[in-house]
Design a protein around this ligand. Structure first.
Ligand code: ATP
Ligand code: MG
Ligand code: MG
Length: 363
């Protein structure tokens, strides 16, 4: 049977493993945290990413992928040349650094928010004006779920925010007045064939994804595919990546950022009846056949995020038609993603109605 190695053992690795097993594949994860979710459904090498024995075990797999983009470059270098790493180091170096990512997106012909790379204090001069007067300062590396970001609307505020972030490399992005946010995953197998996931609509709260919805026939899917296809070719993708977009009032899509892996917004594909994003990544990485994947039914997802002194209404969730609960076996912490609920319905109107009820059951 094929043997898949995964760098990182969080909930994405948990769900990748659960998708790999029915395909006949075995999974080994390398993960420094002894309590990380994937330990329960994959062989868990509990060691730092740079651990020699751990990397030897991954090098013996048929292919290696990742669920966490901040794996040290030296770990990737130790594997490359010995085992296919999909996506590879060159793509990861772009996608994990916001300034390089935006430059590489523009070079591939994709539009992004206006931005200025902030490396030194001098870069702050006039930067806000260049991005339209209102912006978001984001650390170039390590940010997720809206962490390491500050809204700024004047020069003093910008300077103070950069100080507060420890004067690390940042990007200042123009604040986009978007109509909605959407995402799309794209995969490419070793044979070079490209396959797309569905277009998904996303709603964030306080910088964290709250709800995703996937309906048939979204009129912006073709544009998202076209952009994703261009980036795939220019970045020479192997494996799967997900693009987050801002949709402007005129319908134009700007790329917000790229995740070199399955994405929280794609979790709804687990229960929509088609191939899931997790199966798609496993197939692309192991070189198994893969066509475009999409849910067969209207579906949605609501994240379960730790909220102080509030619990989800578990019995209510179970009682609501069309729900599927997915928990990550993680300890509770405020603002932490602990699980998600997928929701399916026979038609869009029923989905909307059930989703409104589901959202009231999850704080
Ligand atoms: P994650 O990786 O978890 O998706 P992140 O920390 O990398 O999140 P972003 O995706 O950059 O953060 O931003 C989080 C959310 O903040 C976006 O989905 C969007 O709702 C809002 N946001 C980010 N950048 C902008 C912008 N330039 N203009 C308007 N809103 C923005
Ligand atoms: Mg991000
Ligand atoms: Mg994001």
């Amino acid at each position: 049977p094929p043997h898949l190695g995964i760098l990182g053992g969080g909930q994405l690795a948990q769900m990748l493993s659960l998708a790999a097993l029915p395909l006949g594949a075995r999974v080994t994860v390398l993960e420094p945290d002894a309590q990380a979710p994937a330990r329960l459904c994959a062989a868990h090498l509990h060691a730092p990413y740079t651990d020699r024995a751990g990397l030897e075990a991954l090098a013996a797999c048929d292919a290696v992928t990742l669920e966490f983009e901040n794996v040290p470059g030296e770990a990737l270098s130790a594997l490359e040349g010995r085992v296919p790493v999909r996506p590879g180091r060159a793509l990861l170096e772009r996608s994990k650094h916001r300034a390089r990512e935006k430059q590489a997106l523009q070079a591939a012909g994709a539009r992004t928010a206006p931005f200025v790379a902030i490396e030194t204090g001098a870069d702050l001069d006039g930067a806000l004006g260049q991005v339209g007067g209102r912006g978001l300062l984001k650390t170039s590396e390590l940010g997720y779920d809206g962490k390491g970001q500050a809204r700024v609307s004047d020069e003093d505020g910008l300077r103070a925010a950069w100080q507060q972030m420890g004067r690390v490399p940042c990007v200042l992005e123009g604040l986009i007045d978007f109509e909605r946010e959407v995402s799309l995953a794209v995969a490419r197998g070793p044979g070079g064939r490209v396959a797309f996931g569905p277009l998904i609509e996303n709603v964030h709260r306080d910088g964290i994804l709250r709800t995703s919805v996937c309906l048939e026939g979204d009129p912006h899917e073709a544009q998202a595919r076209e952009i994703a296809g261009r980036v795939t070719a220019a970045w020479d993708l192997e494996g799967l990546m997900t693009l987050e977009f801002f949709q402007l009032a005129d319908g134009e899509l700007l790329v917000n950022e790229v995740a070199p892996r399955v994405h929280n917004s794609g979790h709804l594909t687990q229960d929509g009846g088609g191939v899931s994003q997790f199966e798609a990544q496993v197939r692309a990485v192991l070189g198994l056949p893969l066509a475009d994947w999409r849910p067969l039914l209207p579906c949605a997802m609501v994240n379960i995020i730790g909220v102080k002194d509030q619990e989800a209404d578990w019995a209510g969730i179970d009682a609501l038609a069309g729900t599927h609960l997915h928990l990550y076996h993680k300890g509770w912490r405020a603002g932490r993603k602990l699980g998600h609920v997928n929701l399916v319905a026979p038609d869009a109107a029923t989905l909307r109605e059930r989703l409104a009820r589901l959202e009231r059951l999850i704080p």
